[in-house]
Every structure is written in C-alpha cells, then in structure tokens.
Design a protein around this ligand. Structure first.
Ligand code: HEC
Length: 393
C-alpha cells in the first residue's frame, strides 16, 4: 500500500514538474525570440526598443517593448515567474522522493563509494548549493562580462562536476544531480536576480526616478545564460532512459558532448532569430552529436567470451539472484509494489521474451541491477551474455 501511494505521489509530482517545466521553457524561448525580433525604425517613439507584428490563432498581435514607463501603463502586469518556481519545487520534491528516500536503490553505488544515505544526500545537496555559489561568483567577476569565455569556463566546470559525480553516485544519481545543479542555477537566476531587478526597475520607473541600466543588463545576461542551459538540462532529465550513454565508462564525456550539441543548436536558433543564423552552426551541433555516438560505439566495452555452454538453469539462477527481488509479479523488494516498468522475469518464457533488453541493461552495460545492490559480478554478466547470444543465433 505504501509503495502504491509512493508510486502515485511520484506520478503526480512528475506530472506537475512536466507541466510547469514546459510552461517555463515555452515562455522563456518565446521572450528570447521576441527580443531578437523586435524592429525599430524612424517612426519608433522615444523610449521604445522596437515593435513586432505576428499572426496566430486567427488574429494579429502587435507587441512593443518599452524601456521607460509607457503613458498608459495599466494596473495589471503579467510577471513570468511561477512557471520557474513550480518547476524547481516539483523537481526538488521528485529528487527527495526518488533519490533521497530511495538512496540505497537509486543514488548510492557501493562499488564506487560506500556511502550511508545521509552522507550521499549531504554530498548531493552540497553540489547543488556549490553549483550556484560558483556560478553566481563567476557572473559577478570580470569573467561575467565576457559571454563566450564565461560559457566555456562554465561548461568545463559542469564537465568536471559530471566527472566527479559519476565517481561518487550511481550513474543515474550522478546525472540527475548534474541536471539539478543546472536547473537550480536557472531558477535561482529568476528568483534572486531577474525578478528582484525587474521589481527595482518597475518601482523606479513608477516613481519617476532614473533607472540604473545595470539592473536590466544583469537580468538579461542571466536570462541568456538560462536559455543556453535549457536543452542540456532537458537531456539530463531523460538521460536515465539511455544506459548506452550514462552507463558507458566514458559517461561524463558523452554527457558533456550531448550538452555541447544542445548548447550549439540553441546558439544557431538565437543567431537566426537575430537575423544572422549560419546553417554551419546547426551542422556543428549535429556533428558533435555524431562524434559522441562514434566515441560511445568505438569504446563500448565488449562482453568477454566464456568457455563451454551456459545452460538455461544457470541463467535462471543468475536472474533469481540479481533481478527477481524487483522484476517479479510480486516483488520482495519493499520499494516496489509491482514489477518496475511492468517487466517481470518469473517464467522461462518471460526471460526469453525480454532477453534482448536484459542484454542491454545487464550485459552490455551494468545499468541493472539498480545500484548493483546484489553485487552482480562481471563473470555472471558475461555468462548471461553468452547464453543470450547463443539463443539469438
Ligand atoms: C532494486 C530493484 C531492481 C533490480 C534488482 C533489478 N532491476 Fe531492472 N529495473 C528496476 C527499475 C526501477 C526499472 C525502471 C527504471 C528504468 O527503466 O531504469 C528497471 C528497468 C529494467 C529494464 C528496462 C525495462 C524495459 O523494458 O522498459 C530492464 C531490461 C531491466 N530492468 C533488467 C534488469 C535485470 C536483467 C536485472 C537483474 C540482472 C534487474 N533489472 C534487476 C529495478 C530493478
């Protein structure tokens, strides 16, 4: 019953996370686009940055960006912030529900570091806080003024964090934390910089006082950073579905590469919206992705050949020892009320039917058993693999 309720709580919070996240990303991409497309000419009044006309939903929109208080500013002003806050709050709740309450299963990998749950959680939280402190400090340093160099340095820092995390936590625990570090930086940008600065600007304008232009510039810089970080975060959030990336021995490098391709693709669209998109940038994004794929395939660990023939009864014993606590119609692992993803290995037919996926998760990679809680050995993986390969022939 508790496991059932936890599963529904997980779904409910994840649903909220998706809904809020999509609303946030949608409005953030829209405003980046809008800013890049505003046009000014000699008829543009003073205090206006530019105008834009668009057609959507059977009507015409006329957008105008004022840099000072417009003469007829209405009472009702839309602020865009709850999308971001809700995304972070629901994401944090998911992190706690899955990775912190389920730390032994999802976060800790004793073959990397034999941590107690409180230690693992402490390290995770320290990375989240440390990420923001480092990022914010760099933004305020002279480096913050140099967008490209800043991007390169921040990228290297994140890659170093990926390397460190992947040597501390289970692979999925590592990369969800990397995503959470970036997500936290993005939301803190909204909560601690962009919105407070906007409030000060609006207050000064309404009071008829001069506005410090640095306030708007600083907020805009953070929102550009957020825009570049969006696509890498999205990949990290779904990365646990791709064991060929996150369970690869070079996982930190592959993830950095996919992040760089997202960064590059975003750059192309930003340039294009500003009227100077070079298709080569988009091609570079694709080339980076293909290079990641090439490296992953070329350096993929190969299962060793084993002597003799592996019998089905041996395979069944391996599965019973390492998989059945979770992958059974009635799991004995208390964290599961039903077999994960509906996949059970109770009968010979089950095991044969799922053999290719078993190969992917427990032979080609060591993605399963989760966190290798049962201590499955390389020899067992190789023997399981030999049987699956022989059956497939
Ligand atoms: C501690 C519980 C646990 C154990 C033990 C475990 N798994 Fe899993 N397994 C999961 C969970 C949770 C998921 C769903 C999350 C995911 O897809 O990563 C999963 C998903 C899978 C999937 C993907 C299913 C699909 O087709 O969508 C495969 C394949 C798999 N496990 C194979 C194995 C094998 C083989 C073993 C034994 C060597 C094993 N698992 C041991 C918990 C476990």
């Amino acid at each position: 019953m508790t496991a059932d309720l936890l599963a529904w709580l997980n779904l409910g919070v994840r649903w909220l996370h998706l809904i809020a996240g999509i609303a946030w990303i949608g409005s953030s991409f829209y405003f980046m686009w809008l800013d890049a497309r505003l046009k000014a000419d000699d008829t543009t009044p003073a205090g206006v940055q530019g105008d834009l006309w668009a057609v959507h939903g059977g009507g015409f929109y006329h957008k105008r960006k004022y840099l000072s208080v417009p003469p007829d500013l209405p009472e009702e002003l839309h602020w865009f912030k709850w999308e971001a806050y809700t995304t972070w709050l629901s994401g944090s709740a998911l992190l706690v529900l899955i990775y912190y309450l389920g730390a032994p299963t999802y976060l800790i990998d004793t073959s990397k570091m034999d941590l107690a749950p409180w230690q693992a959680i402490g390290i995770g939280l320290a990375f989240l806080a440390g990420g923001w402190i480092l990022y914010d400090g760099l933004c305020r340093s002279p480096l913050g003024q140099r967008l490209r160099l800043f991007g390169a340095v921040w990228f290297l820092i994140l890659t170093a964090a990926a390397y460190a995390l992947s040597h501390i936590f289970s692979n999925r625990g590592a990369f969800i934390h990397l995503g959470a570090i970036i997500g936290t930086v993005m939301v803190a940008n909204v909560f601690l910089i962009i919105i407070p600065n906007q409030r000060k600007i609006v207050a000064a304008m309404l009071a008829g006082q001069p506005v410090d232009p640095a306030l708007g510039k600083r907020g805009k810089m953070r929102s550009v950073h957020n825009n570049y970080m969006t696509l890498p975060v999205l990949f990290l959030m779904v990365s646990n579905h791709y064991p060929m990336v996150i369970d690869h021995p070079l996982n930190w490098l592959l993830v950095a590469g996919i992040g760089a391709s997202g960064w590059t693709i975003r750059h192309y669209f930003n340039r294009r919206n500003a009227g100077s998109g070079q298709p080569m940038i988009l091609v570079n994004g694709a080339v980076i992705f293909l290079a990641v794929m090439g490296v992953a395939l070329a350096t993929k660990p190969q299962p060793a050949q084993v002597a003799g023939v592996v019998s089905f009864s041996e395979v069944q014993a391996i599965v019973a020892r390492h998989c059945s606590a979770c992958h059974s119609a009635s799991p004995t692992n208390p964290a599961f009320a039903a077999p994960p993803n509906g996949v059970a290995y109770d009968t010979e037919a089950d095991i044969r039917r799922h053999a290719p996926r078993i190969y992917e998760r427990a032979v080609a990679t060591d993605s399963m058993p989760l966190g290798n809680e049962t201590g499955m050995t390389k020899t067992e993986r190789d023997r399981l693999g030999a049987w699956i390969r022989a059956e497939a022939k």
